[in-house]
Design a protein. Structure first.
Length: 140
């Protein structure tokens, strides 16, 4: 895809557009944005916040908007691993995730935050990565 750099200047809109278009042909797409992780490695709080906001506004938002064209859908959003600013490296700590499903719209609840602390407070913990994808797909 043109402009997919894996860095802060990546083609966010293109990634979102390709994801929605891909779902017209396939049942599953995976979108990866590296910028928040890179900001964590740099230890730059301002840049990490900007990268997360760009991901939310320019990728997640347009994908959710594009999902309105589908009768049923499910979206999962999560980081691939933590990269705390203070450590500037990956850790094995649990990551927060959210699963949004058109099938359970009545059950989709507002949450106060999407962060490590909110995830801990939820009491939901998935120990093995394959269990998370199984949890996501099992609802289909």
């Amino acid at each position: 895809m043109p402009g997919a750099t894996g860095y802060f200047d990546t083609n966010y809109e293109g990634k979102a557009r390709y994801a929605v278009e891909g779902l017209k042909k396939k049942d599953f797409v995976y979108v990866h944005v590296e910028a928040p992780d890179e900001a964590g490695h740099m230890g730059d709080l301002r840049l990490k916040i900007e990268a997360i906001e760009a991901f939310d506004q320019r990728v997640v938002g347009p994908i959710l908007e594009g999902m309105k064209d589908f009768k049923e859908y499910r979206v999962m959003v999560l980081p691939d691993h933590p990269t705390p600013l203070a450590l500037r490296t990956h850790t094995a700590d649990p990551v927060p995730y959210v699963i949004y499903s058109s099938e359970d719209e009545a059950e989709n609840k507002e949450i106060e935050g999407f962060d490590e602390e909110s995830a801990k407070e939820s009491g939901i913990r998935v120990e093995k990565g394959f269990e998370l994808i199984e949890r996501f797909l099992a609802r289909a």
